[in-house]
Design a protein around this ligand. Structure first.
Ligand code: TRP
Ligand code: SF4
Length: 335
């Protein structure tokens, strides 16, 4: 096997991915593919922890998510891309880990405490929701991952994973390494309204948005709020459109716009048009990839199937070690 360090990360399929996801997690994952032995998976069982009442959309989101991943450059030749529910060993490991995880570790998890308070349109007082980090721990240690690239919000979960792995090793012998969180820089890109880009704020530009849609959304972007009329001087330092220029336009372009804006020589409508054109241009390869995968559903299916088989063969091996350590037989094998 390769001597590369192994990393693993996952996303819940709760909706289409947007530019915030691209410049946060995804770009980071794509950049790690050569250096690490990468496992990336879609945590569809985790989506059930909060969406158990309304499960109809999950399968579609899984498909869309894999297409988004492929179109930004996650490469099944380099990385193992899989779906959690296609590797049922995760459920078995989750069960074993749940036996040894003290409830107070879960109750004091900051993410849990936050969400119980913040999300009040759903009943989250379930066993599964409390146990979310135990399933996540199973996801991670199943592959004996050394590192877990995640955003800062997920660090407590990696911390609980380390504690669970340590406890398992203490009770049953050394099976699991303790994974480290590899912190992903959060994307600086804001939503159309200058709040954090998020599906729930309806302020996102999606990877699946057509050029027309992008143009329309950009035209609705909040600019310098002080600038009412074209004849008012603007301030690019506080303008979100200008932030987008810095990402998608070349330096000469935004260096020229800066003084023009301050001297009211360019209007926001025109400025937005320039930015939108550059954004659409930057997205072109991604859109082309996307169209290719949309037109070839059997190819996408094949990528999911073969990635999940690869993951499963690793998971089976780990579970043999786990059962041996716990001294529990595999019920599927003759005794
Ligand atoms: N909890 C993660 C999130 O909401 C998703 C996830 C599930 C995950 N299992 C994981 C991330 C394992 C990293 C490793 O973003
Ligand atoms: Fe922002 Fe451009 Fe308008 Fe200036 S001209 S306020 S940079 S959109």
């Amino acid at each position: 096997m390769s001597s590369k360090k192994r990393i693993l990360s996952g996303m819940r399929p709760t909706g289409p991915l947007h530019l915030g996801n691209l410049h946060g997690a995804l770009d980071n994952w794509v950049g790690m593919q050569d250096e690490y032995d990468c496992f990336f998976f879609i945590a569809d069982w985790h989506a059930l922890t909060s969406d158990y009442e309304d499960t109809g959309a999950i399968t579609g989101y899984v498909r869309e998510m894999i297409i988004d991943w492929l179109s930004v450059g996650l490469d099944p030749e380099k990385s193992t891309l899989f779906v959690q529910s296609k590797v049922p060993e995760h459920a078995e490991l989750f069960l074993f880990l749940s036996m040894i995880t003290p409830v107070p570790w879960l109750e004091r998890n900051p993410t849990y405490k936050d969400q119980i308070i913040q999300i009040n349109n759903k009943d989250l007082s379930t066993f599964g929701f409390l146990g979310y980090p135990v399933l996540q721990a199973a996801d991670i240690i199943m592959y004996k991952a050394d590192g877990v690239p995640v955003g800062v919000d997920q660090v407590p979960h990696v911390e609980i994973t380390r504690e669970i792995a340590r406890r398992f090793n203490f009770l049953y012998g050394n099976v699991f390494p303790e994974p480290e969180a590899i912190l992903t820089k959060t994307s600086k890109i804001l939503g159309l309204d200058r709040r954090k880009m998020s599906k729930s704020y309806k302020n996102a530009i999606y990877l699946s948005d057509s050029p027309d849609k992008i143009l329309k959304k950009v035209s609705q972007m909040v600019t310098d709020p002080q600038r009412m009329r074209k004849s008012d001087p603007g301030n690019p330092d506080i303008c979100n459109v200008f932030e987008f220029h810095k990402i998608y336009s070349d330096k000469p372009t935004f260096q020229e716009i800066d003084p023009q804006c301050r001297q009211a020589k360019i209007g926001c409508v025109e400025c937005k048009k320039i930015m939108a054109a550059n954004l659409i241009n930057a997205m072109k390869p991604l859109h082309e990839h996307r169209a290719h995968f949309m037109a070839n559903p059997e190819l996408v299916q094949e990528i999911i199937t073969s990635g999940s088989e690869k993951a499963r063969s690793v998971a089976k091996q780990t579970m043999d070690e786990v059962r041996a350590a716990i001294k529990i037989k595999d019920s599927r094998k003759a005794s």
